[in-house]
Design a binder for this molecule. Structure first.
Ligand SMILES: [Zn+2]
Length: 198
């Protein structure tokens, strides 16, 4: 459901969903394909990129060492918003989508339905560790491909084989054997283990 980039020979036919094509002098194209057209592109002066609003507002990425448990605690502790929604807030932590937010909350043993104001400092430390581990592994395995389209090149991620809760409602938690539950939080499907994530 997401935009994807492909490297192709310029001579290859343009696929239906390839909306932006960067042509290089050596005959290679970088093609941006986006089935649902949710992607946006802007031309930005590279010397002023930090002033560009989406960049300026962006939070810290899980693999960035500036992401600490204290940072997460400071940004979560006063919010009457479910932790699941805070994990998805790109202005706090940049780069966790719906799949990884569920996996991070599970690995960190944090209940995603709880509000930010109820979070403990040690839970934030565990979120930080879990986010880093999961994103690093997901990058290594080429991301996660579930129910989205397979490209014409058959490029798919492999991290879906390592998901512990997301899309696993009715199955057993791999950590404790409890049946995984599914609820809507802020309009997003949320999967969690009611025993590991109290
Ligand atoms: Zn469990």
């Amino acid at each position: 459901m997401e935009g994807k980039y492909f490297v192709k020979e310029h001579s290859e036919p343009i696929e239906k969903h390839e909306h932006v094509i960067f042509e290089f002098e050596d005959g290679i194209d970088l093609r941006y394909a986006d089935v649902r057209k949710f992607g946006r592109m802007c031309l930005v002066n590279k010397d002023r990129i930090d002033e560009y609003e989406p960049v300026a507002k962006q939070g810290i990425e899980p693999i960035d060492e500036r992401l600490t448990g204290d940072y997460i605690y400071e940004h979560f502790k006063s919010k009457r918003i479910p932790i699941k929604s805070l994990l998805l807030d790109q202005t706090i932590i940049a780069g966790l989508g719906n799949i990884y937010a569920d996996e991070v909350a599970h690995r960190a043993k944090v209940n995603p339905l709880k509000l930010g104001i109820d979070i403990k400092r040690n839970e934030c430390n565990r979120i930080k560790e879990a986010a880093k581990e999961i994103i690093e592994k997901a990058i290594e395995y080429g991301g996660t491909t579930i129910r989205s389209y397979t490209s014409s090149l058959g490029v798919t991620g492999k991290y879906q084989d390592y998901l512990e809760v997301h899309t696993k409602a009715g199955e057993k938690c791999p950590q404790c054997g409890t049946i995984i539950k599914k609820e809507k939080v802020g309009g997003r499907s949320t999967y969690y283990c009611p025993r590991c994530q109290k």
